[in-house]
Design a binder for this molecule. Structure first.
Ligand code: URA
Length: 188
């Protein structure tokens, strides 16, 4: 049961990451597609759900193109706490990429989640998720995106992280054409 995995993860995480809120994966545990992001951001931490706020908007666009509903998939992140740093000027929390200790802690739980959901296709967003699923710390999204790769965890389709394409028109085109490839794969 996914709940058992999360219970154990939560107990272990509370020892190491103390007061930090843990954002679990959610969705259809019998889904054919499991979407894996990097880590929750501020809005996810606040609401306690993955892919809400601006990442949620990206997710909705993704689902619309693929003609899927949120309930059709299982959503998770490699790291389940919000990685943040304090902006020196404003004193406010800002997101940062997860560090090695965070990834190393959460990755075994992600592998358990994948086994539990056992999706036909794992879709990763960005390098952190790609590296966790391929178990290759130097894997690069540029080499993996837009095609199916066989991994120990099952079939993987890697996408650029939607946050990374916002200011890059070329990458945005690549992301959109990758989504069309994915749509074709899902239709077959
Ligand atoms: N929100 C998430 O839950 N995951 C991401 O990777 C980015 C934003």
């Amino acid at each position: 049961m996914i709940e058992d995995i999360y219970k154990r993860m939560n107990e272990e995480a509370s020892k190491i990451f103390k007061e930090r809120k843990v954002v679990f994966g959610e969705g259809n545990t019998g889904a054919e597609i499991m979407l894996i992001g990097e880590a929750p951001g501020g809005e996810e931490e606040k609401q306690g759900h993955p892919f809400v706020g601006s990442a949620g908007k990206n997710l909705n666009g993704f689902l619309e193109i693929l003609e899927l509903k949120r309930e059709d998939i299982f959503l998770s992140n490699v790291v389940k706490i919000r990685p943040f740093k304090i902006n020196e000027k404003t004193g406010r929390k800002v997101n940062r990429p997860p560090d090695k200790s965070e990834i190393d802690f959460f990755k075994p739980f992600l592998i358990e989640e994948i086994k539990e959901v056992s999706p036909k296709l794992i879709v990763t967003l960005g390098n952190t998720a790609l590296r966790a699923v391929t178990d290759d710390k130097s894997a690069l999204i540029g080499d993996f995106h837009g095609k199916v790769t066989e991994t120990k965890q099952g079939k993987l389709f890697a996408l650029y992280h939607p946050a990374s394409i916002i200011y890059n028109v070329k990458l945005k085109d690549t992301y959109n054409s990758d989504l069309q490839i994915l749509k074709g794969i899902l239709k077959n």
